[in-house]
Write a protein that binds this ligand. Structure first.
Ligand SMILES: NC(=O)c1ccc[n+]([C@@H]2O[C@H](COP(=O)([O-])OP(=O)(O)OC[C@H]3O[C@@H](n4cnc5c(N)ncnc54)[C@H](OP(=O)(O)O)[C@@H]3O)[C@@H](O)[C@H]2O)c1
Length: 325
């Protein structure tokens, strides 16, 4: 591909931005410069849908690169859209391709009309999969696929404990782990979530954040799909030599040593092979992708502020295409 095939935008675009570190209250819907024309392997995408992971506003990469402030920052790294320009080394991608993917966390995200993404961080969106569903599936889907490979590394018949079974990452973890033949136990906060976790393939659902009845050392691995503050019982539940994976903060090394477990923080990567696998599963209709609520981009601040308020489980998604129609 070359610049001649580019429909690169110029001038200003609408974006959701934060000019100072903080939460949803910092987000403003405003004009921002469109990204520079893509160079190297970058691709410029006209965003159609961008999904939210609420904890992203707590991630350091959202605010800094190599210790340097990068505000104003655009959040929401999970997207679906259309390629409008490609860098000279963007490989197979062409203007007009419908794609979905994950923007690196230390770059501006997709809560904007246009976003620059490395071509290695996106895949062709399968026909028949909506932009909203593709965007909603990207981060939790990739996290589940990749965490079940190397860091958890379990095989059929082994036991996995997932904390926070109603969340986006946990929902995908349960679905993929069930298909791998793992025995999956999930914890949820309310009785109302039990059926949903079972529909995803959980063998056992425990309603409590300090579940009684988990025998010490009775799981081969555990993963905290809630976020920060991983509780002690998630370590104690795992047999000596087993794995404890955290997703939001570093594990407690002392506790891990005491329990004889191998604990590690895992960070997802936008791997092309994992994206393709996710795309194939979405195309086959093999995954439940729950969407709690869709907001227009202009209401992005309300979308972020709505954490924990939705009556439905699932991802919150920004419909970026809505403002153009
Ligand atoms: N390291 C990585 O690569 C990576 C990738 C993706 C996500 N993450 C992190 O992983 C975490 C989960 O992400 P997500 O997108 O799945 O978030 P999410 O959809 O908001 O899920 C979190 C879930 O935790 C549940 N929860 C909260 N407190 C709980 C408790 N005490 N017991 C049981 N469940 C509880 C909530 O359930 P309710 O429905 O009851 O409120 C919510 O559904 C976040 O911290 C995120 O930053 C990390």
């Amino acid at each position: 591909m070359n610049a001649a095939e580019s429909n690169a935008p110029a001038g200003r675009m609408k974006a959701l931005r934060a000019h100072a570190r903080g939460g949803a209250e910092q987000l403003v819907y405003e004009d921002a410069p469109v990204p520079d024309a893509p160079t190297g392997s970058d691709v410029c995408v006209r965003v159609k849908a961008a999904a939210i992971t609420f904890d992203e506003l707590t991630w350091n990469e959202t605010w800094e690169v190599d210790g340097v402030d990068r505000t104003p920052t655009i959040p929401s790294h999970e997207f679906a859209g259309v390629v409008v320009a490609v860098g000279p080394e963007a490989g197979e991608f062409a203007v007009g391709d419908e794609v979905f993917g994950l923007v690196p966390f230390d770059r501006n995200g997709a809560a904007a009309e246009y976003v620059l993404v490395p071509s290695t961080s996106l895949a062709v969106k399968p026909a028949g999969v909506s932009d909203v569903v593709a965007a909603a599936a990207v981060l939790p889907g990739l996290t589940a696929i990749e965490a079940l490979e190397e860091p958890l590394g379990l095989v059929s018949g082994q036991r996995l404990l997932v904390r926070g079974g109603t969340g986006a990452v946990a929902s995908f973890l349960t679905q993929f782990a069930h298909r791998m033949g793992l025995s999956v136990t999930v914890t949820v906060r309310s009785l109302a979530s039990v059926d949903r976790a079972k529909q995803h393939g959980a063998d056992e659902v425990l309603v409590a954040d300090e579940p009684a009845g988990i025998a010490a050392g009775s799981f081969d691995a555990s993963i905290d799909a809630v976020g920060a503050g991983t509780p002690d019982w998630l370590y104690r539940a795992v047999r000596p030599g087993g794995r404890v994976i955290t997703l939001q903060e570093a594990p407690d090394a002392d506790l891990a040593q005491k329990c004889g477990v191998d604990a590690a923080f895992f960070l997802v990567e936008a791997r092309a092979d994992a994206l393709s696998r996710l795309g194939a599963d979405l195309a086959a209709g093999d995954l439940e992708v729950a969407v709690a609520k869709v907001y227009p981009l202009a209401e992005g601040r309300a979308a972020y502020a709505g954490r924990g308020q939705s009556e439905k489980p699932g991802k919150t998604v920004l419909d970026v295409a809505a403002r153009e129609s």
